[in-house]
Write a protein that binds this ligand. Structure first.
Ligand SMILES: Nc1ncnc2c1ncn2[C@@H]1O[C@H](COP(=O)(O)OP(=O)(O)OP(=O)(O)O)[C@@H](O)[C@H]1O
Ligand SMILES: O=C(O)[C@H](O)CO
Length: 505
């Protein structure tokens, strides 16, 4: 198998492990006939009670189908809110296993066109609210949550209107608010977000199974934490609105809610009837890819599952890392050039401030790797692209092209090391869709940009117009695009770097 085939296989194994069916089967089990119990990550919940299910998010249809299969007749009733058109898309893609069976006890409501709350999503949220409010101490509510859940569970606190809340969220997003900031505001203005759903379901036992699409897997931010204690106060919300210059000119309904909200969020003790479990995440996906890479014979390290920041700076980080790995394989890592590159990496890591990444420790681990083995570095997260052009692309294709360009430029300086290695870099969105394109991401190598130039394609020109998809589609007829189709899951993006020494020395 070529490096490229290996990279593709690693990406597929990472995504495969966080697909709804395997994920649910790992997390949720039924045990016992006489006194049945629901086992959630080994915690037991007796099923003397009636079992209900609600869910909201882009991956929830497949999660619900898998859950219903496990729960069988124990499930009394369910309601899920999923993106508009998802049933038809999955049907067309031949992904029957992600659809509910014809006589399912789970009602499906589709809404939130273009990932924005709309009257359909509001209708679904009201149905979920009604179900939760009607539960008793004898009931158990299973909640399925995935990314996109915020738009699919809109329940503005009266007198705020849906349009008013949508406009505010849109303005925050267009002014560059991060998902943590956006959802901190959403929580304060919503009945169901920020733990609201769990509070309404009390005294029923609530068990939430969560697929994380946020860096660091924060329970109270993913889908705006409808079953988690919120760590945000009204003061945080006001500060965020002030930061984005939105404090003045708020609709009077929003002002009314802000001024009547309790200053502090509900205390964590009030969620003792809730069990929140992350069942899928970028970290889990990377761990599976690592196992697979090791079985293929690679010395493997995970850089981080929280790589974030400007796509251009992240590309520089990956280029420097690849250069260092090539120096290592050429036994030049401890020389003056190696020290220089390590210094650059430490500086870049400090600048990007990637949560939880200790670059010094990572470099130490890298130094300890056997130089005879091919190397695999895995990473994940979500970069930011500041759109400047009018082209078509996505974060992953832009990142791959930028890494390709960086390696092309480095080839002159690093000929003695880069020239002696085969290198492949892959970046892909785990949902199978990178931006508004039909690709999940792209591959690149140090040779890519020079080869494209020979075909008359200048990567720099495409990048200046954020046109990475056009570049990859034209170059060698799309050979370097990563095309997987919709995967039915989403744990952000994944990067794979594979390097092995060649015999060209
Ligand atoms: N032409 C482009 N070039 C590069 N990136 C782009 C381009 N157009 C859109 N994007 C990026 O694509 C992202 C939106 O695409 P996408 O729907 O894959 O991500 P998302 O909104 O984070 O959803 P999800 O989390 O489900 O993947 C935005 O981050 C945006 O900056
Ligand atoms: O729904 C949301 O809020 C985002 O996808 C983050 O989870």
């Amino acid at each position: 198998m070529s490096l490229r085939e290996h990279a593709l296989s690693l990406f597929r194994s990472a995504v495969g492990t966080v697909r709804p069916a395997p994920m649910l089967k790992r997390a949720l089990k039924l045990q016992g006939e006489e006194c049945p119990q629901l086992l959630v990550n080994s915690r037991a919940f007796p099923l003397k009670r009636d079992l209900y299910l609600v869910g909201f998010g882009k991956a929830v249809l497949g999660m619900a189908a898998a859950a219903e299969e496990i729960l069988g007749d124990h499930l009394v009733r369910g309601i899920i809110n999923v993106p508009l058109g998802i049933q038809e898309s999955l049907q067309r893609a031949g992904m029957q296993e992600m659809l509910l069976k014809p006589h399912s006890r789970i009602q499906v409501i589709e809404g939130a066109k273009n990932n924005l709350p709309d009257p359909e999503a509001l209708r679904g949220a009201s149905a979920i609210q009604e179900l939760a409010e009607g539960l008793t101490a004898d009931d158990l509510l299973l909640v399925l949550i995935s990314g996109g859940g915020s738009a699919l569970l809109p329940a503005p606190i009266p007198p705020i209107l849906l349009e008013e809340k949508e406009k505010l969220t849109k303005m925050l997003a267009s002014r560059g608010a991060a998902i943590q900031e956006l959802n901190a505001v959403r929580k304060i203005l919503s009945l169901l977000k920020g733990g609201g759903l769990a509070r309404l379901a009390y005294p029923a036992q609530v068990v939430s199974l969560i697929l994380s699409d946020v860096i660091g897997d924060p329970l109270d931010i993913i889908a705006s934490g409808p079953t988690a204690a919120s760590s945000h106060s009204i003061q945080d919300c006001l500060q965020i609105l002030a930061k984005y210059n939105l404090l003045h000119g708020l609709p009077s309904s929003v002002e009314a809610v802000l001024s009547s909200s309790p200053p502090k969020p509900t205390a964590a003790e009030d969620y003792s009837h809730v069990c929140n479990v992350i069942i899928g995440s970028n970290t889990l996906a990377l761990a599976e890819a690592k196992r697979h890479a090791e079985s293929l014979g690679y010395a493997t390290l995970i850089l981080s599952a929280a790589v974030c920041g400007d796509v251009g700076r992240v590309a520089v980080l990956y280029c420097q890392l690849i250069c260092l790995l090539c120096l290592h394989l050429a036994s030049l890592g401890e020389g003056p050039r190696g020290s220089e590159v390590k210094g650059n990496l430490l500086q870049l890591a400090a600048e990007l401030d990637i949560p939880g990444l200790n670059m010094a420790e990572f470099l130490q681990a890298l130094q300890g790797m056997e130089p005879q083995k091919p190397v695999c570095i895995l990473a994940g997260g979500e970069t930011t692209v500041q759109l400047q052009g009018t082209g078509k692309g996505g974060r992953n294709q832009e990142l791959a092209l930028r890494v390709g360009l960086g390696l092309h430029r480095a080839r002159g300086v690093e000929a003695s090391s880069l020239g002696r290695c085969d290198v492949i870099f892959l970046s892909g969105g785990t949902d199978g869709q990178d931006g508004p394109t039909d690709a999940a991401g792209a591959f690149c190598s140090p040779e890519l940009v020079a080869e494209a130039l020979r075909e008359g394609l200048d990567a720099e020109i495409f990048l200046s117009n954020n046109d990475s998809y056009a570049f990859f589609s034209h170059f060698q007829r799309g050979r370097h695009l990563l095309v997987t189709g919709l995967t039915g899951t989403n744990v952000m993006d994944i990067q794979v770097i594979l390097i092995r020494a060649t015999d060209r020395s």
